[in-house]
Design a protein around this ligand. Structure first.
Ligand code: FES
Length: 198
């Protein structure tokens, strides 16, 4: 798709099909709960509109924490918004990178290394995550160890899609159609598919 975009000129037309599938907040209503968002790399854009939704209705939610990991500071998405979120007193933002540069003031290491900084109220916490499959896999392993129930762990599954409407089978993981049943699932729904999914 990006190759095709680069062949376009100003004024060319692009067709867009969508929106398709479900959303994070469709999957579980986290109003009245603590919310933990775990994003990795370009997993932040799909989470961002949900983050804005929660910030716009901040009083409906309890503690709100975002953990964002990127490979390097340079590869962070939405740097301007991260700076604004970092200043908010009603949101805890923990930022980490795999490889720091001299100006980096956040943490260094994978997102799961920050879990020991969290004080989770397990029965009343909902986790939403999106990012590289390997990050999601290890985040879920740690969240399960902490005692988070499957239904309270909500994640995207990543698949190349073709039709987007459940006809071609291109997006299937096991018996799940990621395009129509997802792309957001709770861990209970994808547990048996974990090896294939991540
Ligand atoms: S993309 Fe065709 S069935 Fe999902």
């Amino acid at each position: 798709m990006t190759d095709a975009f680069h062949r376009l000129a100003v004024g060319d037309e692009v067709g867009i099909k969508g929106p398709l599938g479900n959303s994070f907040l469709d999957k579980i209503d986290s109003r009245g709960k603590d919310v933990l968002v775990i994003g990795g790399g370009i997993g932040l854009p799909p989470l961002r509109s949900m983050i804005h939704h929660i910030l716009d209705r901040r009083a409906d939610y309890r503690d709100f924490t975002i953990i964002y990991g990127a490979r390097t500071p340079e590869l962070q998405m939405y740097k301007g918004e991260l700076a604004q979120w970092a200043k908010r007193s009603d949101l805890t933002l923990l930022q980490t990178v795999d490889v720091a540069d001299p100006g980096w003031k956040g943490y260094v290491g994978v997102v799961t290394t920050l879990f020991n900084k969290l004080k989770l109220d397990i029965p009343n916490t909902v986790v939403y995550t999106c990012g590289p499959p390997i990050m999601i896999k290890f985040a879920i392993v740690e969240l399960v160890k902490l005692g988070l129930p499957d239904k309270q762990i909500v994640s995207t599954l990543e698949r190349y899609m073709k039709c987007g409407v459940g006809k071609c089978g291109h997006c299937c993981i096991g018996h799940k159609y990621v395009c129509t049943e997802g792309p957001v699932f709770d861990y209970g729904e994808i547990k048996g598919l974990a090896e294939e999914a991540f």
